[in-house]
Design a protein around this ligand. Structure first.
Ligand code: NAG
Length: 214
């Protein structure tokens, strides 16, 4: 009898502890977009202000505008467009690539990417940190994954427009296009030449094409 009590009491206490810990679990944390994003996401907006529209985003229904240098449009449903994904480790993008278009070499520092091709044909590839190349052609229905932080690209290699939907393992994966990082800003040409092994004329030409200066 005494022994029973000795065994049962810690069990009851641990159940009590577990159930009070359960009470701290929060169903969601819809972003309060009037605050700043942080590495831990946006602060939560009060539950009393949350409605179904925080969990729905219709911005991926229409094609993006591909009349640009890369002939491609990336339409994001990241946390700043879609506050309901805050804290959930997930987000989406619509990708439209016109004939002859490309999503140039880029990375998402904050998340892995999974692309599902809906229409058209893509040549897609990724380059590992040991510089191994994984490149292939994707057609409608194919899915490819690009691990977090690795360089990758998508080229429309068919003769019709590409539509693809992408999901990310982060509400805010980020997007850095390598060509713009090198040639689309005011990093002085001599430094760009030094870090890329390209000659002065080529660096100046690329700065002009990609909107850089210096
Ligand atoms: C697409 O972008 C181009 C270039 O910025 C612009 O001239 C054109 O009006 C845009 N088209 C639509 C439908 O918004």
């Amino acid at each position: 009898m005494v022994l029973d009590r000795v065994l049962v009491l810690p069990l009851l206490l641990s159940l009590l502890f577990l159930s009070s810990a359960d009470g701290l679990v929060q169903d969601f944390c819809v972003a309060d977009l009037s605050s700043q994003d942080t590495p831990a996401g946006y602060p939560c907006k009060p539950v009393s202000d949350v409605g179904y529209c925080d969990f729905v985003f219709s911005g991926l229904a229409s094609p993006g505008n591909t009349s640009n240098l890369i002939k491609a449009a990336v339409t994001p449903a990241f946390v700043s467009q879609f506050p309901g994904v805050n804290g959930l480790g997930i987000s989406a993008v619509r990708l439209d690539i016109a004939v002859g278009g490309v999503v140039p070499l880029h990375t998402h520092p904050g998340g892995s990417e999974l692309v599902i091709v809906m229409q058209g044909t893509i040549t897609a590839g990724t380059i590992s940190s040991s510089n191994d190349v994984y490149v292939t052609q994707l057609k409608a229905g194919d899915t490819m994954v690009f691990p977090q932080g690795l360089l990758h690209f998508q080229i429309n290699s068919g003769n019709s427009p590409v539509v693809a939907f992408v999901s990310f393992s982060s509400p805010s994966p980020g997007l850095q296009i390598t060509a713009f990082a090198l040639f689309g800003n005011d990093l002085p040409s001599e430094i760009v030449e030094g870090v890329t092994f390209l000659d002065d004329a080529e660096v100046k030409r690329l700065k002009k094409v990609l909107g850089g200066s210096g």
